[in-house]
Design a protein around this ligand. Structure first.
Ligand SMILES: Nc1ncnc2c1ncn2[C@@H]1O[C@H](COP(=O)(O)OS(=O)(=O)O)[C@@H](OP(=O)(O)O)[C@H]1O
Length: 672
């Protein structure tokens, strides 16, 4: 919830009290069925009009009005002309008897919330204090509390699980947590007070039985429920106009059921597509209503007692299948009584699982100039991906410390480049880096990686048309922009040389090392028969190793403009050293709008990391540079580069199809 300034809240509170006093009528209860999920993100989309029943038995009649409007938003064109399109965000889904729930939660409901009590005492309820309280809860002397008072924070912390909800806590809202999930619906936690299995308390069983009628009205199964809590809003409190945010909001139906509302005429709960068009919702106990929580909503408790609602979020059954198909199946966890959890704004972890995720979780290995910076920046916008201390750590090549002799020291040195220690309590979170020199420099990097990280991180390789890659490489190394450190890292070797000269130098180096027996230096052509018999031979392996060992320096970036585009030779070394499923290979071209797009690349990467999807907010190109086309009026140059790379590209494409099982439609005729 966005922080609204206190003056604005006071203003909204006064306005709400005015509306309560003026006896603003509630909107008629209408059962539109489920608020279609696709409407969640567009609460202002015009909705087909449905007939409201305002007869005396409004409640029952309203439930009978089944608007059949679930797909209406998509069919606006076909609706008859005389129909208008008011916007609706609320659907009255039915009625239940809430007496069994009331019985379980009445005790202590009107005791002031500790947050408000603290505020009244002028104490600051800082985060650190909350944390200290949370951590010390086990060792505190036993305070007397009633096991049947489910609002008591100490009771909840010892016998249920303490979950912090900063926005709710700030309003002094008391809660009884039953089911909860992280922001990405990755894990659904059932709390002890909702568990029914063996060893569960009677509260769990009674709570289940009391809530089941609501699920029946909604026609949903228990497993669809991803959040469920009882929230007690203190008297005299206004939660100002807002809309909910977070990934979970997009996939969930939000349901409210007023449970204890001593005087519904004193509660003003409104929801609508805009702040100016919010309808007042009838908050009589037992009214099961769904509201679009991405639409605007606000509530004021103008009564003199706490107002309790059951708030429930559920997903559609297809959600689970969708997640499974994205390599991110939904987990379910039963938390135990008093269990400590660690939360960030968007994640939840169990304290007992601290340190179970070895870091770094992923490495972007290269290729250089193939969009590695963009991918790193896209991925690290995910709330569960933490940036390394620097994007290109180079901890396994030129920041490797030869003075360190033991594996422990070396590991500690490498981990220093990540926030690995601080991340231990949050195993949901991932960190990693993007060091695009690793792909080529396999002979240094692979043994070090294996030595320092006992786990195999997920690895991502991006490739790009090798001719364009070389041009981009040359443009970077000869450009004057960048920080002092970047300029130094690029070296000065190419500054006085033309693009052709550096390419020809690389060909000569490879030839000298025995890597190009099939390349005719004079005619600049490939002998395909020699190529076919040479590739994958022991001679090729030896020549490649000779080249890498002698032509790949650590003190400059001015080297290997062509060899860096020989992707099969580079990937081969990596594929031999780690299991193939550790690798994700994609093309920079996939990122372009004509290709599959940035979001596709991000989705594939998240799948590879086992992370839930999210829409990348900033999909702009990173590390892009303007430079002259080095092939202008240079058909010869372009021609021989095409001849040089053609068999290599074909070889690489075949390798990806054969070894990684990728779709051959995507990997044949590469960059032709
Ligand atoms: N989304 C998207 N679409 C198309 N092209 C993109 C995108 N993101 C990055 N790029 C291009 O990738 C080049 C930079 O690659 P790297 O970040 O890997 O370079 S580096 O090795 O880290 O220096 C650089 O290429 P050049 O501009 O040709 O130099 C970027 O423009």
């Amino acid at each position: 919830m966005r922080a609204t300034p206190p003056e604005e809240i006071a203003k909204q509170h006064s306005a709400a009290v005015e509306l309560i006093l003026s006896q603003l009528p509630c909107a008629p209860r209408i059962n539109h069925g489920e608020v279609p999920i696709e409407w969640k993100t567009k609460p202002t989309c015009p909705r087909p009009k449905v007939k409201a029943d305002t007869s005396n038995d409004g409640e029952q009649a309203a439930e009978d009005v089944n608007a059949n409007s679930a797909s209406a938003c998509n069919h606006v064109d076909s609706v008859e002309e005389d129909v208008t399109y008011p916007e609706w965000c609320v659907s009255s889904r039915g009625r239940v008897d809430v007496a069994p729930i009331v019985k379980l939660i009445t005790e202590g409901v009107n005791e002031p919330s500790p947050v408000l009590a603290n505020k009244e005492n002028g104490k600051k309820n800082s985060k650190t204090k909350v944390m200290k309280k949370l951590l010390s809860v086990k060792s505190k002397p036993v305070k007397s509390y009633s096991l049947t008072n489910l609002w008591d924070e100490d009771n909840a912390a010892r016998n249920n699980v303490k979950i912090t909800r900063p926005s709710h806590d700030a309003w002094g809202i008391k809660k009884i947590m039953l089911v909860f999930c992280d922001d990405f619906l990755h894990t659904i936690y059932t709390l002890p007070w909702y568990q029914t299995g063996s060893g569960s308390t009677s509260i769990g069983c009674e709570m289940n039985a009391a809530i089941q009628p609501i699920l029946d009205v909604l026609q949903i199964e228990q497993r669809q429920m991803v959040r469920c809590l009882l929230a007690a809003l203190p008297p005299g409190v206004t939660i100002p106009v807002h809309h909910d945010t977070g990934e979970w909001v997009k996939y969930t139906h939000r349901v409210h059921v007023p449970i204890i509302v001593s005087d519904p005429t004193k509660v003003l709960f409104r929801c609508g597509p805009t702040e100016q068009s919010m309808d007042r919702i009838d908050c009589t106990p037992g009214h099961v209503f769904e509201m679009n929580n991405q639409a605007k909503h606000a509530v004021t408790n103008g009564g003199t007692e706490f107002r309790v609602h059951l708030i429930l979020d559920y997903v559609e059954p297809s959600f689970f299948e969708m997640r499974a198909s994205q390599n991110c199946p939904v987990n379910r966890v039963d938390l135990s009584s008093g269990e400590i959890i660690t939360q960030t704004r968007r994640s939840i972890d169990r304290a007992k699982e601290a340190g179970t995720r070895p870091q770094p979780s992923y490495l972007i290995l290269g290729a250089q100039k193939a969009g590695t910076t963009s991918l790193y920046e896209y991925l690290t916008q995910h709330p569960w991906v933490v940036k390394a201390k620097r994007r290109e750590t180079h901890c396994l090549d030129w920041r490797w410390n030869d003075a360190l002799k033991t594996t422990e020291e070396r590991r500690a040195h490498c981990l220093e480049f990540y926030h690995a220690e601080a991340m231990k309590p949050y195993p949901s979170l991932r960190t990693g880096d993007s060091t695009p020199s690793y792909l080529l420099d396999y002979y240094r990097v692979i043994p070090r990686l294996k030595e320092c990280f006992s786990h195999e991180p997920q690895m991502i390789i991006l490739v790009r048309d090798p001719i364009k890659r070389a041009a981009s490489h040359y443009a970077m190394v000869t450009s004057n922009d960048g920080t002092e450190e970047q300029l130094k890292a690029r070296g000065t070797e190419w500054r006085e040389k033309s693009f052709e000269e550096v390419l020809e130098q690389d060909v000569r180096n490879m030839k000298e090392d025995g890597l190009l027996p099939y390349w005719d230096m004079e005619n600049k052509t490939v002998d395909k028969d020699v190529f076919d018999s040479f590739i994958n031979s022991r001679e090729e392996d030896e020549a490649w190793e000779q080249y890498i060992r002698t032509r790949v320096p650590l003190n400059t970036g001015s080297y290997s403009p062509l060899a860096r585009g020989l992707y099969a030779l580079q990937c081969r070394q990596w594929f031999r050293s780690f299991s193939k499923d550790k690798f994700l290979v994609m093309k920079l071209e996939d990122m372009s709008q004509n290709g599959k797009g940035v979001q596709w690349v991000v989705n594939k990467s998240l799948e590879h990391l086992g992370l839930p999807r999210f829409d990348v907010p900033d999909a702009d190109k990173k590390n892009s540079r303007e430079y002259n086309d080095p092939f202008e009026d240079k058909e010869d140059l372009k021609g021989w580069l095409e001849r040089f790379f053609a068999p290599h590209n074909e070889r690489f494409g075949n390798m990806i199809v054969e070894e990684l099982g990728y779709d051959e439609n995507d990997w044949t005729n590469l960059w032709t």
